[in-house]
Ligand binder design. Structure first.
Ligand SMILES: [Zn+2]
Length: 277
Protein backbone atom coordinates (compact mmCIF):
# COMPACT_ATOMS: atom_id res chain seq x y z
CA UNK A 1 0.00 0.00 0.00
CA UNK A 2 1.23 3.45 -0.88
CA UNK A 3 1.60 5.76 2.11
CA UNK A 4 0.63 9.30 1.25
CA UNK A 5 2.72 11.79 3.12
CA UNK A 6 1.52 15.31 3.35
CA UNK A 7 4.03 18.07 3.83
CA UNK A 8 2.71 21.45 4.88
CA UNK A 9 4.18 24.75 5.97
CA UNK A 10 2.77 26.40 9.06
CA UNK A 11 3.03 30.00 10.25
CA UNK A 12 1.78 30.71 13.77
CA UNK A 13 1.36 34.45 14.24
CA UNK A 14 1.78 36.86 17.17
CA UNK A 15 0.65 35.67 20.62
CA UNK A 16 -0.06 32.16 19.32
CA UNK A 17 3.71 31.55 19.29
CA UNK A 18 3.69 31.52 23.11
CA UNK A 19 1.10 28.76 23.14
CA UNK A 20 3.11 26.30 21.04
CA UNK A 21 3.76 23.17 23.08
CA UNK A 22 7.41 23.24 24.24
CA UNK A 23 7.85 19.48 23.80
CA UNK A 24 6.66 19.61 20.20
CA UNK A 25 8.74 22.72 19.53
CA UNK A 26 11.83 20.72 20.56
CA UNK A 27 10.79 17.53 18.78
CA UNK A 28 10.11 19.30 15.49
CA UNK A 29 13.17 21.53 15.83
CA UNK A 30 11.00 24.64 15.56
CA UNK A 31 12.99 27.79 15.94
CA UNK A 32 11.34 30.58 17.88
CA UNK A 33 13.10 33.83 17.12
CA UNK A 34 12.84 36.63 19.63
CA UNK A 35 11.23 39.72 18.16
CA UNK A 36 9.73 37.95 15.15
CA UNK A 37 5.98 38.31 14.74
CA UNK A 38 5.51 34.69 13.69
CA UNK A 39 7.08 31.25 13.74
CA UNK A 40 7.35 29.30 10.51
CA UNK A 41 8.15 25.62 9.99
CA UNK A 42 7.43 22.53 7.87
CA UNK A 43 5.48 19.54 9.14
CA UNK A 44 4.81 16.07 7.71
CA UNK A 45 1.96 13.69 8.50
CA UNK A 46 0.10 10.81 6.87
CA UNK A 47 -3.50 10.82 8.11
CA UNK A 48 -6.51 12.83 6.92
CA UNK A 49 -6.75 15.85 9.14
CA UNK A 50 -8.80 19.02 9.37
CA UNK A 51 -7.06 22.28 10.09
CA UNK A 52 -8.49 22.52 13.65
CA UNK A 53 -6.87 19.22 14.64
CA UNK A 54 -3.62 20.15 12.91
CA UNK A 55 -3.40 23.46 14.79
CA UNK A 56 -4.32 21.88 18.13
CA UNK A 57 -1.71 19.14 17.70
CA UNK A 58 0.85 21.90 18.31
CA UNK A 59 -0.78 22.91 21.60
CA UNK A 60 -2.77 25.93 20.38
CA UNK A 61 -6.51 25.62 21.21
CA UNK A 62 -8.92 26.68 18.45
CA UNK A 63 -10.52 29.24 20.79
CA UNK A 64 -7.37 31.38 20.43
CA UNK A 65 -7.53 31.40 16.63
CA UNK A 66 -9.41 34.08 14.69
CA UNK A 67 -8.24 33.71 11.09
CA UNK A 68 -6.77 30.81 9.11
CA UNK A 69 -5.38 31.31 5.64
CA UNK A 70 -4.58 28.32 3.42
CA UNK A 71 -2.42 29.36 0.49
CA UNK A 72 -3.67 32.89 1.13
CA UNK A 73 -7.38 31.95 1.19
CA UNK A 74 -9.47 32.16 4.39
CA UNK A 75 -10.95 28.84 5.60
CA UNK A 76 -12.95 27.46 8.52
CA UNK A 77 -11.81 24.87 11.09
CA UNK A 78 -13.32 21.96 9.10
CA UNK A 79 -11.01 22.48 6.10
CA UNK A 80 -9.22 19.21 5.24
CA UNK A 81 -5.51 19.76 4.83
CA UNK A 82 -3.94 18.92 1.46
CA UNK A 83 -0.36 18.22 0.52
CA UNK A 84 1.86 21.32 0.18
CA UNK A 85 -0.66 23.62 1.87
CA UNK A 86 0.71 26.82 3.34
CA UNK A 87 -1.21 27.24 6.62
CA UNK A 88 -1.18 30.61 8.35
CA UNK A 89 -2.81 30.89 11.77
CA UNK A 90 -3.66 34.23 13.38
CA UNK A 91 -5.09 35.29 16.77
CA UNK A 92 -7.48 38.25 17.00
CA UNK A 93 -5.59 41.14 15.42
CA UNK A 94 -6.39 44.77 14.74
CA UNK A 95 -7.89 46.21 11.56
CA UNK A 96 -4.61 48.01 11.20
CA UNK A 97 -2.68 44.75 11.00
CA UNK A 98 -4.98 43.39 8.30
CA UNK A 99 -4.80 46.56 6.26
CA UNK A 100 -1.01 46.31 6.24
CA UNK A 101 -1.04 42.55 5.67
CA UNK A 102 -3.42 42.62 2.76
CA UNK A 103 -2.50 45.98 1.24
CA UNK A 104 -1.57 44.55 -2.14
CA UNK A 105 -4.15 41.76 -2.33
CA UNK A 106 -7.89 41.31 -2.18
CA UNK A 107 -8.64 39.46 1.09
CA UNK A 108 -12.10 38.81 2.46
CA UNK A 109 -11.43 37.50 5.96
CA UNK A 110 -13.46 34.87 7.78
CA UNK A 111 -13.32 35.65 11.50
CA UNK A 112 -13.60 32.43 13.49
CA UNK A 113 -13.79 33.96 16.95
CA UNK A 114 -17.36 34.77 17.98
CA UNK A 115 -18.14 38.47 18.35
CA UNK A 116 -18.18 39.56 21.98
CA UNK A 117 -21.41 41.00 23.26
CA UNK A 118 -21.28 44.45 24.78
CA UNK A 119 -21.83 43.09 28.25
CA UNK A 120 -19.01 40.61 28.83
CA UNK A 121 -19.81 37.68 31.08
CA UNK A 122 -17.49 34.91 32.17
CA UNK A 123 -17.41 31.40 33.58
CA UNK A 124 -14.21 30.31 35.33
CA UNK A 125 -12.86 26.80 35.78
CA UNK A 126 -12.45 25.35 39.28
CA UNK A 127 -8.79 26.37 39.58
CA UNK A 128 -9.42 30.10 39.22
CA UNK A 129 -11.30 30.74 42.48
CA UNK A 130 -8.99 33.58 43.55
CA UNK A 131 -9.35 35.34 40.23
CA UNK A 132 -13.14 34.98 40.44
CA UNK A 133 -13.31 36.86 43.74
CA UNK A 134 -11.18 39.71 42.41
CA UNK A 135 -13.21 40.03 39.22
CA UNK A 136 -16.44 40.06 41.23
CA UNK A 137 -14.88 42.70 43.47
CA UNK A 138 -14.63 44.82 40.33
CA UNK A 139 -18.32 44.21 39.64
CA UNK A 140 -17.81 41.79 36.75
CA UNK A 141 -20.32 39.04 36.03
CA UNK A 142 -18.52 35.73 36.70
CA UNK A 143 -20.14 32.31 37.08
CA UNK A 144 -18.18 29.93 39.30
CA UNK A 145 -18.62 26.93 41.54
CA UNK A 146 -15.69 25.02 42.97
CA UNK A 147 -17.02 21.68 41.74
CA UNK A 148 -17.99 22.52 38.14
CA UNK A 149 -17.27 19.75 35.63
CA UNK A 150 -16.00 20.54 32.13
CA UNK A 151 -19.47 19.70 30.77
CA UNK A 152 -21.15 22.12 33.17
CA UNK A 153 -18.68 24.88 32.29
CA UNK A 154 -19.33 24.37 28.57
CA UNK A 155 -23.12 24.27 29.07
CA UNK A 156 -23.14 27.49 31.10
CA UNK A 157 -20.90 29.12 28.51
CA UNK A 158 -23.29 28.15 25.71
CA UNK A 159 -26.62 28.85 27.39
CA UNK A 160 -25.61 32.17 28.98
CA UNK A 161 -23.09 33.30 26.33
CA UNK A 162 -20.27 33.39 28.85
CA UNK A 163 -16.58 33.44 27.95
CA UNK A 164 -14.71 30.52 29.53
CA UNK A 165 -11.60 31.59 31.45
CA UNK A 166 -9.26 28.67 32.14
CA UNK A 167 -5.67 27.49 32.36
CA UNK A 168 -6.70 24.10 31.00
CA UNK A 169 -5.71 23.93 27.32
CA UNK A 170 -7.45 20.54 27.01
CA UNK A 171 -10.80 22.14 27.86
CA UNK A 172 -10.32 24.81 25.19
CA UNK A 173 -9.52 22.20 22.54
CA UNK A 174 -12.96 20.59 22.82
CA UNK A 175 -14.90 21.36 19.66
CA UNK A 176 -18.06 22.29 21.59
CA UNK A 177 -16.20 25.22 23.18
CA UNK A 178 -16.81 28.33 21.08
CA UNK A 179 -15.86 31.14 23.38
CA UNK A 180 -12.89 30.62 25.66
CA UNK A 181 -9.64 32.20 26.71
CA UNK A 182 -6.44 30.69 28.08
CA UNK A 183 -5.30 32.77 31.05
CA UNK A 184 -1.53 33.09 30.58
CA UNK A 185 -0.50 34.34 34.02
CA UNK A 186 -0.30 32.26 37.18
CA UNK A 187 -0.22 35.03 39.81
CA UNK A 188 -3.70 36.33 40.60
CA UNK A 189 -3.03 40.09 40.32
CA UNK A 190 -1.32 39.51 36.97
CA UNK A 191 -4.35 37.48 35.91
CA UNK A 192 -6.65 40.39 36.82
CA UNK A 193 -4.55 42.78 34.71
CA UNK A 194 -4.47 40.32 31.84
CA UNK A 195 -8.25 39.79 31.77
CA UNK A 196 -9.03 43.54 32.12
CA UNK A 197 -6.67 44.30 29.28
CA UNK A 198 -7.64 41.43 27.01
CA UNK A 199 -11.39 42.12 27.17
CA UNK A 200 -11.21 45.93 27.50
CA UNK A 201 -13.07 45.90 30.79
CA UNK A 202 -11.84 49.09 32.45
CA UNK A 203 -15.07 50.97 31.70
CA UNK A 204 -17.13 48.14 33.23
CA UNK A 205 -15.55 48.31 36.66
CA UNK A 206 -18.09 49.02 39.37
CA UNK A 207 -16.91 48.39 42.90
CA UNK A 208 -19.30 46.97 45.48
CA UNK A 209 -21.98 45.88 43.04
CA UNK A 210 -21.47 42.08 43.10
CA UNK A 211 -21.39 39.46 45.82
CA UNK A 212 -17.94 37.86 46.09
CA UNK A 213 -19.45 34.55 47.15
CA UNK A 214 -22.19 33.93 44.59
CA UNK A 215 -21.74 36.69 41.98
CA UNK A 216 -25.28 38.05 42.33
CA UNK A 217 -25.91 41.79 42.43
CA UNK A 218 -25.70 43.38 45.88
CA UNK A 219 -27.76 46.31 47.15
CA UNK A 220 -26.94 49.20 49.42
CA UNK A 221 -28.66 48.78 52.78
CA UNK A 222 -29.06 50.89 55.90
CA UNK A 223 -26.74 50.59 58.88
CA UNK A 224 -29.64 49.44 60.92
CA UNK A 225 -30.33 46.56 58.54
CA UNK A 226 -26.88 45.00 59.10
CA UNK A 227 -26.67 45.66 62.84
CA UNK A 228 -27.12 42.05 63.93
CA UNK A 229 -25.36 40.58 60.87
CA UNK A 230 -21.80 41.86 61.41
CA UNK A 231 -19.41 42.35 64.32
CA UNK A 232 -19.54 45.48 66.43
CA UNK A 233 -16.15 46.87 65.39
CA UNK A 234 -17.10 46.78 61.70
CA UNK A 235 -20.48 48.27 62.50
CA UNK A 236 -18.90 51.20 64.33
CA UNK A 237 -16.12 51.83 61.85
CA UNK A 238 -18.05 51.79 58.56
CA UNK A 239 -21.17 53.62 57.43
CA UNK A 240 -21.95 52.14 54.02
CA UNK A 241 -23.04 48.55 53.72
CA UNK A 242 -24.17 46.30 50.87
CA UNK A 243 -26.16 43.10 51.06
CA UNK A 244 -26.59 39.98 48.90
CA UNK A 245 -30.13 38.70 49.26
CA UNK A 246 -29.15 35.42 47.59
CA UNK A 247 -26.54 34.29 50.12
CA UNK A 248 -27.24 36.86 52.87
CA UNK A 249 -23.69 38.20 52.96
CA UNK A 250 -22.86 41.77 53.98
CA UNK A 251 -20.11 43.78 52.29
CA UNK A 252 -18.38 47.06 53.05
CA UNK A 253 -15.34 48.92 51.72
CA UNK A 254 -12.82 47.15 53.95
CA UNK A 255 -9.16 46.33 53.51
CA UNK A 256 -9.65 43.99 50.51
CA UNK A 257 -11.39 46.71 48.52
CA UNK A 258 -8.84 49.34 49.48
CA UNK A 259 -6.03 46.99 48.46
CA UNK A 260 -7.72 46.40 45.11
CA UNK A 261 -8.21 50.12 44.58
CA UNK A 262 -4.51 50.74 45.26
CA UNK A 263 -3.54 47.88 43.02
CA UNK A 264 -5.55 49.28 40.13
CA UNK A 265 -4.31 52.81 40.63
CA UNK A 266 -0.69 51.71 40.89
CA UNK A 267 -0.53 49.18 38.13
CA UNK A 268 -3.16 49.90 35.54
CA UNK A 269 -3.62 53.64 35.69
CA UNK A 270 -6.05 56.07 37.15
CA UNK A 271 -9.22 54.18 37.88
CA UNK A 272 -10.58 56.73 40.37
CA UNK A 273 -13.64 57.60 38.36
CA UNK A 274 -14.84 53.99 38.46
CA UNK A 275 -15.00 53.86 42.23
CA UNK A 276 -18.27 54.40 43.95
CA UNK A 277 -16.55 54.82 47.31
ZN1 LIG B 1 -24.24 36.22 47.33
Amino acid sequence: MRVLYKKVKLNFWAELVDLLDEKIVKLEGIEKKYGENFVSFFHEFIDKRNVKDLIESFGVPHTEVDVILIDGRPVRFSYIIEDKNMVEIFPKLSENFWQKYSSDKELKLIHLKPKLSLHKKFVCDVHLGKLVKKLRMLGLDVYYKNDLSDEQIINVSKSEKRIILTRDLGLLKRSDVKNGYFVRNVEVNEQVKEVLHKFHLSSEIKFLTRCLECGDKIKKVSKNFVKDKINLRTFRYFDEFYYCSNCEKVFWCGSHYRAMKNFLNNTIGDFKHYFKV
